[in-house]
Every structure is written in structure tokens, then in C-alpha cells.
Design a protein around this ligand. Structure first.
Ligand code: ACM
Length: 266
């Protein structure tokens, strides 16, 4: 199975341009699964709910979903991308997987980062795993990485590949994802953005370094911190079915859940 990530540099509020750029970089790439960054169409640094309202879209009726579903069909590729979602008067920082046949699933970011909490509602749905035929994929978004429960639940539900659209600012995630992969025996594709967004006092620089990590923690592919583009490689998602660490150790069966629950900490 050929998987990859698209590392982009979106411009805040220039949706049509951002989507067109991403689409033209994907056209002609031969892959089964491509992951794009968080909020790949809108940019990140919203300053008000009004500004977010102008960019957010209803899924699947909105134009970005529709263009990405067309692209998935034309290029015969499963796409995962981050998008600002509108439902009624609420906004979610969401990720969508769409298949070449138009099937799709939405994940709404559970753990909002910093000022995202001012505009977005946190996710209101369970973490899910989606069978795209060639593998089972789970989605998490950017800052979800710091809550190990997210990757764990996805792995327990059968995800072989964790798709991780991101707009990373802190320097720790790429290293932490190696641990997430080892402790859960899964692949992870972190698709990050590059570039800088500035508004008044605020300046956010995004760290790039998108990567694909295997269940043993090997970095199979890594971009740098300044280049846009698409990176792909061949993987065997079946490797994620093996949860043995040694002949006597199993990542899931060796857990001591009854002790973790003592004191009602979880
Ligand atoms: C982040 O969650 N976008 C840092």
C-alpha cells in the first residue's frame, strides 16, 4: 500500500487558492492514502468567531469537501484533510477521510490547543476507525498527540494507520509520535504545515517535518521544515496487527486495567 503526506503552506482566509494549490500538488501522484494538514484550506490563526464563520463549511455540502471528494475519485486515492466544520451555530476543527467512491467519515478534534478554545467547540463524537479497504485508518488532529489515550483508543479499535493532520507549533510532537507508534504498534502519518502566520502581537511559526513512522518507531519518511510537496512510500499495514513486543509480551493483553482504574483516576 502506498501512503504519503502533503506538506503545505496555506495563507489565512485564501481558501480557493489553498485548495487549488493542494489539489495541483496531488494530481498525478500515485498513492492509496494521502494525508493533508489540519485546516489545510483556511490557515490557522483566526481572530474571531466571525472570521471563522466566513471560512467554515458544512460537510459534505461545502465546496472544499466536494472538491476533495472529486479529487479522490479522479485520482483513485483516499484523502484525509483538516477543515473548519460548521454545524448549526457551532464550529469544529475537523478531519475528514474521503474514499474514491465518496464514502467519508468525520473526526472532530477533541483536544483544542490554546486560542482554538475561543472559537471552536471540542469534539462531540467518539473516536472512530474507518476501513478504506487497503487498511483501517484512525484520525487524530495535531494537539491530540499529547493525550496518549487518543492513539491508544484508536489502536484498540483496530486502527493500523493513524492519520494526523497537524499545524504544529511546539517542538515535541514529531518525537512523541515515535512513542505513540511503538506503544500502540501502529503506523502514523503526521502531515504538518510550514510557514508563519502573524496577527498583531501573535506570531505562529509552523514546524513542518511531516513524517511517517512505523510500528517499531522507525521514521520511514520525513520532510524538512521549509519545503512544500508530497512524499510517499510503500508500507505493509498488516505489520500493525502484530502487538507482540517479545514472545511473552503483548501491548494490549499485558495491560493491568484493573490497577489503572484504582482510585477512579480513569
Ligand atoms: C495545534 O493543535 N494546532 C497545535
Amino acid at each position: 500500500m502506498k501512503v504519503g503526506f502533503v506538506q503545505t503552506s496555506p495563507l489565512l482566509g485564501r481558501k480557493d487558492e489553498n485548495v487549488e494549490r493542494a489539489i495541483s500538488s496531488i494530481r498525478g501522484v500515485n498513492a492509496d492514502l494521502l494525508v493533508l494538514p489540519e485546516l489545510f484550506n483556511t490557515g490557522y490563526l483566526f481572530e474571531s468567531r466571525e472570521e471563522l464563520k466566513r471560512s467554515a463549511e458544512i460537510i459534505p455540502e461545502g465546496p472544499t469537501f466536494s472538491k476533495m471528494a472529486d479529487l479522490a475519485a479522479r485520482e483513485n486515492v483516499n484523502l484525509v484533510f483538516g477543515i473548519a466544520e460548521k454545524e448549526g451555530d457551532r464550529f469544529f476543527n475537523s478531519s475528514v477521510v474521503v474514499t474514491p467512491r465518496g464514502g467519508f467519515q468525520i473526526y472532530r478534534k477533541l483536544h483544542l490547543f490554546d486560542r482554538e478554545k475561543l472559537w471552536f467547540s471540542s469534539g462531540d463524537r467518539e473516536l472512530g476507525v474507518f476501513d478504506i479497504g487497503s487498511s483501517k485508518v484512525g484520525m487524530m488532529i495535531c494537539f491530540d498527540w499529547i493525550f496518549p489515550e487518543v492513539a491508544r483508543i484508536l489502536a484498540l479499535k483496530g486502527a493500523e494507520i493513524i492519520c494526523h493532520p497537524s499545524n504544529l507549533i511546539l517542538p515535541y510532537c514529531q518525537s512523541a509520535m515515535i512513542t505513540r507508534c511503538i506503544e500502540n504498534g501502529v503506523f502514523a502519518i503526521t502531515a504538518n504545515r510550514i510557514g508563519t502566520e502573524e496577527k498583531g502581537e501573535m506570531k505562529f511559526s509552523f514546524t513542518g517535518n511531516s513524517q511517517i513512522v512505523d510500528p517499531k518507531g522507525n521514521i520511514l519518511k520525513k520532510a524538512d521544515e521549509c519545503q512544500e510537496g508530497v512524499w510517499t512510500l510503500e508500507i505493509d499495514p498488516g505489520l500493525a496487527k502484530d502487538k507482540k513486543v517479545t514472545p511473552h509480551n503483548h501491548l494490549f493483553k499485558d495491560r493491568k486495567i484493573e490497577f489503572y482504574r484504582k482510585g477512579n483516576l480513569c
